[in-house]
Design a protein around this ligand. Structure first.
Ligand code: 4AD
Length: 431
């Protein structure tokens, strides 16, 4: 007997296999029971025909409760109607553990109830699909940056100096000293880029943001590439190629999951570099023409503004050259126009908002020191960062892609809470 998994049954057509599985759902009509089985690798329908298995196994099949664990044996058959393309003609069943009153039933549940039961909700077909897509994006990310000659670097999680400003920092004690949980690995990645050329990180990021929106998490995961000798323009090229690569990888490797989620894949097929670009100034002009009177030069764009801009395109759009005063201290001012910086936010289509923030970094020691002072940042904590501009400073650029917002967009899932296994939200630290 071949012991296998649902994802591998295609290798055993017309053969008998054994699976370890859970019962996701079940229905029966007369002398046939249909078991929706899941094993983590996928979902398959098991067909139990009384005439094939006899009275005892048939009654057992009918008595198994939702989310009980079992060993199932059966013959693999082609089935064009199922998303997997196969079903299992069950020949034997063995219950490992009978589940009692599983709380998440096939009927509708409210969001709070599902979030309270996130440890179980993760088992559902939809959540399974989102997690598989998340995994594919991570896999394709490592593949892309490895192919392009980047070195993976792991910046610290406990830090003394912060890149994105003070108000959103999580404070903690570091023995006698004050420390923060990382809100971006960028500063350390800049140091690593001076040692290794092209680097990237993938790690958790913490922001004590009091925002309760469908795009904000308190703890999220960021992919941060940093590249020596790359200017702003070079960095935009990496961004559009990388984002196209992960979208095309999901299309190639997650067909079943995209189908489960009902994602319109024709929209994803269009995501190919190059991406359109618009300056902050032109974006503002467009918003004024559209009747947005609530935003003036120097203001940041909110979600409604980003959505209105993104609606003009069927690919992600770069908004470039934001006002210097709006952005972080480290961004390189435009040499011809220092009131704006060489930066870009990448806005996803279909209202999913900003997925990337990036910029060219200041490489001049005096200017960087001046900007730190203007931002009232303690020079002592940034001494090491300033030193990068004292020993062979070079033009360099980098960016950060928010994984959860990217998963939401590619999966077509409305809220980021469904894109991370255990979301940390404003009022949620459990499960
Ligand atoms: O634009 P941000 O703040 O950029 C940085 O942190 C830079 N230091 C990155 C770099 O250049 N190395 O954040 C980058 C991305 C955003 O575009 C967004 O996708 C995501 O991180 N992000 C969040 N995702 C979920 N919840 C939040 N609270 C987020 N804040 C930012």
């Amino acid at each position: 007997m071949n012991k296998t998994t649902i994802s591998e049954v295609h290798k055993y057509v017309e053969q008998e296999v054994k699976l370890g599985a859970w019962l996701a759902n079940k229905r029966s009509s007369g002398k046939i029971a249909f078991l929706q089985l899941r094993d983590g690798t996928g979902f398959i329908q098991g067909v139990v025909a009384k005439s094939d298995v006899g009275e005892e196994i048939f009654q057992l099949a009918k008595s198994i409760t939702q989310e009980s664990s079992l060993y199932v044996t059966g013959k693999v058959q082609k089935d064009e109607r199922s998303p997997l393309g196969y079903e299992l003609l069950v020949t034997g069943l063995e219950v490992i553990h009978q589940a009692v009153d599983y709380p998440i039933t096939p009927k509708e549940h409210g969001t709070e109830f599902l979030m309270d039961h996130r440890h179980l909700w993760l088992r559902s077909k939809r959540q399974h699909a989102v997690m598989k897509i998340r995994n594919e994006i991570i896999r394709a990310t490592f593949e892309y940056f490895n192919n392009e000659g980047f070195t993976k670097v792991d910046p610290p999680i406990l830090t003394g100096s912060s890149p994105e400003g003070g108000s959103e920092l999580f404070h903690t004690k570091y023995f006698e000293e004050d420390a923060f949980l990382s809100q971006s690995g960028q500063l350390h990645l800049e140091a690593a880029a001076m040692a290794l050329g092209k680097v990237f990180s993938f790690g958790p990021t913490f922001r004590a943001e009091k925002s309760k929106t469908r795009r904000h998490l308190i703890e999220f995961w960021m992919i941060e590439p940093e590249m020596a000798f790359y200017d702003h323009e070079d960095s935009l090229k990496v961004q559009e190629e990388y984002v196209s690569y992960i979208v095309q990888s999901v299309l190639k490797n997650c067909q079943i999951e995209l189908k489960t989620l009902g994602r319109d894949t024709t929209k994803l097929e269009k995501i190919q570099a190059p991406f359109p670009r618009i300056t902050y100034d032109d974006a503002l002009k467009f918003l004024h023409e559209k009747g947005f009177t609530d935003v003036q030069w120097g203001d940041d764009f909110g979600a409604p503004h980003e959505t209105a801009i993104a609606e003009n395109y069927d690919k992600p759009v770069f908004i470039t050259h934001y006002p210097t005063a709006l952005k972080a201290f480290y961004m390189q001012p435009d040499p011809g126009r220092p009131e704006v910086v060489l930066c870009a936010d990448l806005i996803a289509p279909e209202g999913y908002g900003e997925i990337i923030g990036g910029s060219e970094r200041i490489n001049d020691f005096d200017l960087l020191q001046q900007r730190l002072e203007e931002h009232n940042l303690p020079l002592e904590a940034y001494k090491w960062y300033l030193e990068l501009r004292q020993y062979g400073s070079v033009p360099h650029s980098g960016f950060g892609l928010g994984l959860e917002r990217t998963v939401a967009w590619i999966s077509g899932v409305e809220h980021v809470r469904e894109t991370i296994p255990f979301p940390r939200l404003l009022n949620r630290l459990y499960p």
